[in-house]
Design a binder for this molecule. Structure first.
Ligand code: ZN
Length: 156
């Protein structure tokens, strides 16, 4: 399995990753996060160059809240089902603060990423800020969620 690459600043990332981070930042402005005030944006790029974005969507009934990553993934799958997902960037900031804060994909989003990765038979790269000044480019959902649950577990 390819290693997870780490970067001390955004400038060290490749241009496509930086572009997706930029699009994820833009998307975070559309977060509906009146409860957590934690604004998250995700942007992914498909094989044909289409960029799909998502932002977290909260609800007064807390368990119904949806992460930015899954908003983007589900939209991509529903609107561009024939296109494979190459890469996704995720960013977060506090409401009314521009500075990005570390935000790592939650377990549920890792599981959903893994399903799409298996479905398209190709890894999805994930870019995120995991601690102050440390970006990572993860080579696959599998690397984010080793030994994840899959359809193989459902076969008899
Ligand atoms: Zn999540």
């Amino acid at each position: 399995m390819k290693p997870v690459d780490t970067f001390a600043s955004l400038d060290e990332l490749d241009s496509e990753s930086r572009y997706l981070v930029h699009k994820a930042k833009e998307a975070s402005a559309h977060a509906y996060a009146p409860y957590s005030k934690f604004m998250v944006g995700a942007a992914l790029i498909l094989d044909d160059g289409t960029v799909m974005t998502g932002a977290n969507q909260e609800n007064a009934a807390y368990p119904l809240c949806m992460c930015a990553e899954r908003v983007a993934l589900y939209a991509a799958s529903a609107l561009h089902p024939a296109q494979k997902i190459q890469k996704m960037a995720v960013v977060a900031h506090k409401k009314n603060h521009k500075e990005l804060v570390p935000a790592s994909c939650c377990g549920a989003c890792r599981q959903v990423l893994l399903e799409y990765e298996h479905r398209q038979h190709r890894p999805i790269e994930i870019v995120m800020l995991v601690s102050e000044g440390q970006w990572i480019k993860c080579p696959s959902a599998e690397a984010l969620l080793p030994h994840g649950f899959s359809k193989e577990n459902l076969t008899e």
